[in-house]
Design a protein around this ligand. Structure first.
Ligand SMILES: Cc1cc2nc3c(=O)[nH]c(=O)nc-3n(C[C@H](O)[C@H](O)[C@H](O)COP(=O)(O)O)c2cc1C
Length: 325
């Protein structure tokens, strides 16, 4: 059997990779075909200086894109071996993927891969139906399979305690004019290849809301169409808090998101309590978990929605230079 990736496989995999989520849909990634492998790089020009001063969000997004890339190559029959941060002198290179031994994809890989184009952030209210135990178990397993943990907040008091932390983080962020301006800059009211389409941004927050929303679109809410009273809130955490841990957490995030999509669940992310260091620490202490919270998700059964736009893959994929003749 032939070993190695073909350029067509790598291009197709990069097309899947760009479907990953990112802060404000900034898509802060690049891909480079190099020496028979493919590399994932951060795009420092697409980091949000006010919202993401240290690059946490960029690395989570690149980790999520890396997970899609891994999955696509596995489904194409050549799973990759991955090295994170392969070059100490090039910190922008998040990962390098080279071909491993070819094998048939597993049904689980095929199912997750098929969920990539269907996944989207669903910021609308969910139905009140609870998420069944077996789906909860699968979500936690998805995080564990990527060396992370997923803590599902059980009971009204746990969710209320989280909501308080989230609202106080939200208030801290909202006090910054730069943060607010950055968010406005990335809301799109006409078709665009990046940014958050106003129609996907979710309804305008209202005082009775248990959880704060980022406030992208500000769609009017139908009377009485409130958020579910007992949301399922899940906190994803990684063993450590280094840059590499953030890339690991990004992969786990995407695995959880695709697992949810595959199970027919909707997810929205809320990262305000991750972005404010004191809130993140409070959250960590409240959970009593070893490691670092990296993302918070609201999970439930939602109405159908639609994926958001991405830049064309050729805008982010660097091909190897071919010698003439
Ligand atoms: C690191 C990170 C943080 C995010 N934080 C939030 C958030 O606080 N609120 C929110 O509504 N969406 C959040 N998102 C979701 C992005 O806005 C979303 O992924 C992006 O707009 C692309 O849309 P899609 O998820 O529908 O593909 C976050 C995503 C990432 C990767």
């Amino acid at each position: 059997m032939e070993t190695g990736f073909t350029v067509a496989q790598l291009r197709a995999a990069a097309t899947d990779a760009v479907r990953a989520p990112s802060l404000h849909n900034t898509q802060p990634w690049r891909f480079r075909l190099h020496d028979g492998g493919i590399e994932v790089l951060v795009d420092p020009n697409r980091r949000l200086p006010a919202t993401d001063p240290n690059g946490w969000g960029v690395r989570i997004a690149c980790g999520a894109a890396l997970f899609n890339l891994r999955l696509a190559l596995a489904v194409a029959g050549t799973p990759p071996t991955v090295r994170l941060r392969p070059y100490p002198d090039q910190p922008d290179v998040v990962a390098r993927l080279v071909p491993d031994v070819p094998r048939r994809p597993t049904p689980a890989e095929q199912a997750l891969h098929a969920a990539i184009p269907r996944r989207f952030s669903n910021r609308a209210p969910f139905w009140p139906d609870p998420v069944p135990a077996n789906a909860r178990w699968r979500l936690a397993e998805a995080a564990r399979a990527e060396q992370c943990w997923l803590e599902l907040l059980v009971g009204v008091s746990a969710v209320n305690a989280f909501a308080e932390i989230a609202h106080s983080a939200h208030r801290v962020l909202e006090r910054s004019p730069e943060y607010r301006a950055e968010r406005q800059e990335w809301v799109r009211r006409t078709p665009a290849p990046d940014g958050v389409p106003a129609a996907s941004g979710g309804p305008r927050g209202e005082p009775q809301d248990l959880l704060p929303s980022r406030g992208f679109g500000g769609l009017d809410r139908a009377p009485g169409r409130d958020f579910e009273p007992e949301p399922l809130v899940a906190v994803l955490g990684s063993p450590g808090g280094t840059a590499v841990d953030q890339v690991v957490a990004g992969q786990a995030l995407q695995r959880v998101l695709l697992t949810a999509t595959e199970a027919g669940l909707g997810v929205s992310m809320l990262s305000q309590p991750i972005e404010v260091p004191s809130a993140r620490e409070q959250l960590r202490l409240a959970l009593g978990r070893y490691g670092t919270p990296q993302m918070v998700m609201r999970i439930g059964y939602g109405q159908p929605g639609w994926p958001t736009p991405r830049r064309e893959v050729d805008k982010v994929l660097e091909l190897p230079v071919t010698q003439p003749g």
